[in-house]
Design a binder for this molecule. Structure first.
Ligand SMILES: Nc1ncnc2c1ncn2[C@@H]1O[C@H](COP(=O)(O)OP(=O)(O)OP(=O)(O)O)[C@@H](O)[C@H]1O
Length: 180
């Protein structure tokens, strides 16, 4: 992990069974031992990290996210943002695949946050810590609170409070920043 404020990683997922069946071809390859990907045969792109189809969830988490969790527990803010076209692997990377697969970034962050807080508490008795979570989907310009399923069709709005915290309308005013 570099000391840069923004770190960009690319992950190339394996072809899915149905893609193999339809003889789809791989068009993006990670250059072995580098953080570069080759598009077609001659277009090279550089990133902070490049993960190929065999990269594990652990590798992705340890290189890109674990250092952020550690700095968050020390008091910094951090955002992990997955971007890509539909079917490119955002949900898999964040949430994990099927239930028997290894978990994704969210599972690991939650485990690590509680582990680090527990450690901190051991060293500083009386330390009061609070973990708050919000889980909001933004789709076609509409927000949905995925933790409040009974209100899933209620219209939500992003707002900013007087301290500059942003949150959706269910949360602002209650000191709940959106965790993104
Ligand atoms: N690294 C990976 N290894 C194995 N399978 C993967 C990997 N990444 C994605 N997949 C599989 O590829 C398919 C599409 O991935 P996923 O649903 O995560 O895409 P997405 O970017 O979230 O798509 P959408 O934007 O449409 O929600 C899923 O079947 C997922 O299990």
């Amino acid at each position: 992990m570099t000391e840069e404020c923004v770190c960009v990683a690319v992950r190339v997922r394996p072809l899915l069974a149905r893609e193999v069946l339809h003889r789809h071809q791989v068009c993006v390859r990670v250059v072995p031992g580098s953080a570069q990907v080759m598009l077609g045969s001659d277009r090279l792109f550089s990133f902070d990290h490049a993960f190929g189809p065999t990269a594990s969830q652990d590798e992705v988490y340890e290189s890109c996210v674990q250092p952020l969790v550690e700095s968050c527990v020390q008091g910094s803010n951090a955002t992990v943002f997955c971007y890509g076209q539909t079917g490119s692997g955002k949900t898999y990377t964040l949430g994990g695949g099927n239930q028997d697969d290894e978990g994704g970034i969210i599972d690991r962050v939650v485990q690590e946050v509680f582990r680090l807080l527990q450690e901190k508490k051991k060293n500083n008795e009386g330390l009061d810590t609070r973990v708050r979570v919000s889980y909001v989907e933004l789709y076609m310009e509409e927000l949905r609170d995925l933790l409040e399923l009974q209100n899933i069709h209620k219209e939500l709005h992003i707002r900013e409070d007087e301290r500059g915290n942003t949150g959706h309308s269910n949360l602002v005013g209650t000191n709940y920043p959106v965790i993104s």
